[in-house]
Design a protein around this ligand. Structure first.
Ligand code: ACO
Length: 331
């Protein structure tokens, strides 16, 4: 039997500082009532330099918790793969910075940029490496510090996005189960629905004095909203076909936490009751590639996923990218 990729530990880390909807009322023209009604978000976490909450710090903290749960030491990691679009530095990768922190000297380390689907892209890469036999133990991380790229004057986006990290340890086992199916998609023709002009922050000398756009994030929320439900629903049907599982046989759904109305629309389209859908968007907002591993860790620690149960992970994000995985929970 081919080796199978099993998650054996989960961890997460969010910044200490809570930014409530009320706090946002003093920054932009918005209201607690509007944000809750249109998005489901009540508060979010924003990182502080003084508290050692850089992208690398958050990723390392989440990783240590996942490794502790897995009972694995850093020298046994062969791969560290990080989904992020908000690295502390343009290079080297966050994964290499985490490798240094963990002293994971035997691992290869690299980042994946796939917007909010970054964690599922990273998990799928680790799954493929394990199934090919080129990796025994992988650390897969989703981490974001979106507060560093948000335009804090734009009420359309600043109320949604936030900071956090989640991690899982994935290991090779001959046992049945683990990651049963994983599918990814992207459509680059839709990149303008959500992007950051980060590249413009470096102004070549020859262009100095010319009015270039400052660092900012642009989003077409309405179009994204519709695509999100459609694409997540279609790709979920693909992984259900792959595994011959019906929606009744999925015990827990962990969707990307972008907007409670998107999550409800997805659940309706999949005919899954909301009781089976894990949400924590009210506490953390949209932390991009970190939403799924944070939610998975919280659901796991709350005892909501039991050995032998099937868990669906599904996401979409900037790119556009989208993806879904079905896991048979191993521990
Ligand atoms: N407070 C108060 N009013 C607001 C706010 C705010 N924070 N933001 C927008 N509005 C206003 C708009 O200006 C608009 O006013 P107008 O009618 O006078 O023009 C009105 O509210 C309605 O705006 P809509 O954009 O139609 O509101 P909608 O119900 O679509 O909600 C939202 C907007 C929340 C952005 C929604 O479209 C959404 O969640 N889209 C998906 C966004 C998303 O998922 N992004 C991330 C995807 S990838 C990733 O996760 C990084």
């Amino acid at each position: 039997m081919m080796p199978q990729a099993h998650i054996i530990g989960t961890g997460s880390a969010v910044p200490e500082r809570i930014l409530t909807n009320k706090d946002l009322e003093s920054i932009v023209d918005t209201s607690d009532e509007w944000i809750i009604r249109r998005t489901g978000i009540k508060e979010r976490r924003i990182s502080s330099k003084e508290k050692d909450e850089s992208t690398t710090d958050l990723a390392t903290k989440a990783s240590l918790k996942a490794m502790e749960m897995a009972g694995i030491s850093s020298e046994n990691l062969d791969m560290i793969v990080v989904g992020t679009v908000t690295s502390d530095r343009q290079f080297p990768s966050t994964a290499c910075m985490v490798q240094q922190d963990l002293k994971a000297e035997n691992a290869i380390a690299f980042d994946v940029s796939a917007g909010c689907t970054g964690f599922l892209y990273a998990l799928t890469i680790a799954n493929n490496a394990i199934r090919c036999g080129t990796c025994e133990n992988a650390l897969v991380i989703g981490v974001e510090r979106l507060s560093s790229v948000v335009n804090w004057r734009d009420r359309n986006t600043c109320v949604l996005l936030a900071d956090g990290a989640g991690a899982v340890v994935v290991t090779s086992k001959k046992d049945r189960g683990g990651i049963l199916s994983s599918r990814l998609k992207s459509d680059g023709t839709l990149w303008e629905l959500l992007y950051s002009s980060y590249g413009n922050s470096y102004i070549p000398e020859v262009l100095q004095g010319i009015d270039l756009k400052p660092l900012h994030l642009e989003m077409d929320g309405n179009r994204l909203f519709k695509k999100a439900i459609e694409y997540m629903s279609t790709i979920t049907q693909r992984v259900m076909q792959d595994t011959s599982l019906s929606s009744e046989e999925i015990q827990l759904v962990i969707p990307h936490q972008a907007n409670i109305r998107i999550i409800q629309g997805l659940a309706k389209s999949l005919k899954v009751p909301m009781e089976k859908v894990y949400t924590n968007i009210h506490k953390y907002g949209n932390t991009s590639s970190a939403t799924i591993p944070i939610a998975l860790d919280e659901a796991n620690r709350e005892g909501l996923v039991k050995k032998g149960e099937n868990v669906l992970l599904v996401s979409f994000g900037s790119g556009l990218t989208w993806g879904a995985s079905i896991l048979n929970w191993s521990f």
